[in-house]
Ligand binder design. Sequence first.
Ligand SMILES: [Zn+2]
Length: 320
Amino acid sequence: MEITPPSGLLGPLLLARGAIDRSAQLRGDSRWCERVWTDPATRVVVVGGGQAPVRRSGQEVRLVTVSPAEAPAGERYLLGVDAEGVAYFAVTASPEETAERTVAPLALAALPEGRPVVTGLRQVAALLGDLDAGLLVYAVALEAWHATHEFCPRCGSRTEVRAGGHMRVCPRDGSQHFPRVDPAVIMLVHDGEDRCLLARGPQWQPGRFSVLAGFVEPGESLEHAVVREVAEEVGVRVTDPRYLGSQPWPFPRSLMLGFVARAVSTEFVLDPEEIAEARWFGRAELRCALKSGEVRLPSEVSIARGLIETWYGGPLAGDW
Ligand SMILES: [Zn+2]
């Protein structure tokens, strides 16, 4: 079964792709899981520390997968089944010595021909096709959750992996724990005319700008979170938040929910803990600032870039 998610109003997002059936009904079927684990056609993504091997062949970059017999002896998570009936698993390996040092995206030319390179999702997502990008996002997200949920939050016992890697169970009190995502709103704020609001975080280099974002709090709707976060971070009041689309951001477990909202005030009162600088940009002004290098935007892997380009009405140059 081919799974093509709706691209939404933001258009295609690089981390919101996936071409496998997640096959949730098979996760608890241990006989099926063991049978496909003996099938050499089954593919295993070996993920460690959020990284996995990829290989370039000409203009194509693919995830390097192995058969179950070749996989290391780490925890095993069922990812699903592709259109040809091939089962996919992720297996955790110890993080490579080559830990992620940069979040800059890789260019095709930076990858050697024919030799596996261990790299991270943010670096390589734009070079992968839908199937491989979806598998890597999924494997990285599951690995990140399991890595921080080894122990029962009730009694502290070491929990055990069940349901094909989609649940952990405490052997002492029987409590069940499921992979979680943290919802975060990310919003393009505009002034109802030609300008949008971009801001720079205190840790970012001068010239780096993006849209505002923040985690949804307990007991709060997404729309309230949009209004609250903008008010807290830059002191601007917004109205009419509208949902545009989402993508997972498994660093370690966010789900970014993209919104557009209209400002009803434009004066800034910055929270210095969160924001070092905020500016209103008209479209022509932003285009010129990107061209001159005065301003740079988050990479195309981010939903932030998608929100800004949707507002602008087309692609923009100038990555972080
Ligand atoms: Zn327990």
